[in-house]
Design a protein around this ligand. Sequence first.
Ligand code: ASP
Length: 320
Amino acid sequence: MIRLDHVVGVRQFDRPLLDALFALACEMEGLVAAGDAKRLRGRILATLFFEPSTRTRLSFEAAMYRLGGEVLSVESGRETSSIAKGETIEDTIRIVQGYADAIALRHPEEGAAARAVAVARVPILNAGDGAGEHPTQALIDLYTIGRELGRIDGLRVALVGDLRYGRAARSLALLLSETRDTEIVCVAPPGLEPRPDVLGWLDDRGVRHREERDLAAVLPGVDVVYQTRVQRERFSGESPAGGGGAAYAIDEAAMARLPSHAIVLHPLPRVDEIAPAVDTDPRAAYFRQANPGLSVGRALRGACVVSSPLTGCGWLAGSW
Ligand code: ASP
C-alpha cells in the first residue's frame, strides 16, 4: 500500500516510494486496458490552472475520467476565477476543497503549491508553480526513461536549454538523485544555468554532475538528452541567452552525433529547440513521453485519493 498526502516537490520521493509508484502506474495501465479501472468512482478532482497548459491539465482530467472519477475545472484562472477579483490562493483553496476530494494546482508563483498545502484539508497536486517545480512531469520523465531504456540507473543524462527557469528540468535533476550511478551533464546557454540549490542538492547526494557549453561535444557520450525551451514568460525583455539559442537546438546534425541507443526527451511544448525533421527518428521519444503521463497521473491520483495494493510489472521486475 502506498499513500501520498500532497505532491508538492520531487524531494518527497525516495527510491522505495518511486519504485512503488511506478509499479502502481504499471498496474493501473493494465487495469485501464482491461476496462477495470473504476477505483476513483465517486471522487472529484478539481483542476485549478492559473497558467496555460495542454498536456498537464488534460492528462490529469483524462486520467480521472478513465478511473471512474469526475473533474471540476478552472482553466484560465487568472481571468475567470475570483483571483481576478483579488482573492488569495489560500482563500480559493479553502473554498474549492469543499467541492473536491483533491486539487491539482498550477500557478505562476513559485511556492504557491506549498501555500495551498498550508491551508488544505484535501491532497494538493503541484501541477507547476512558477519556476519552482513540476513534480508530476519529472515522475513521467523518469518513468519514460525506464520504459525506453529498461533501467533508470547507470545513465548519463544531458539536461539542455533553460535550466534556470525551467521547472520540469529542475524537478528532473532533483529526482535523478534517487537513481544510482547517474551522471548529469548540464548544457545551458549563459544566464540559464541551473540554480545553486539544485547543484547543492546533487552535491549533497553524491550525484556526479558537470556543466558544459558545447552540446555537439556532449552528445556522443550520453544516454538521454532532456531538451527544454527557454521559458520566456519568466522574464521581461530579451532572453538572457541572447540570440545564442540555436547552438543548443537538436537537429539532424545533432542526432547524427547521438548514440543509436540514446533517447531525446522534452517536456513539451516545443518551440524551435528540436527541429521537426527529428520527429521521425526512433530515438525521438518526446511524443511517447507525453503518453505514459496518463498512467503516472493515474497512479499519483490513485495514491492520493485511495490506497491501492501493488502488483508487479514485467519490465519493472526484470530491470529495476
Ligand atoms: N510544460 C512544461 C511546464 O509546464 C514545460 C514547459 O512549459 O516548457 O513546465
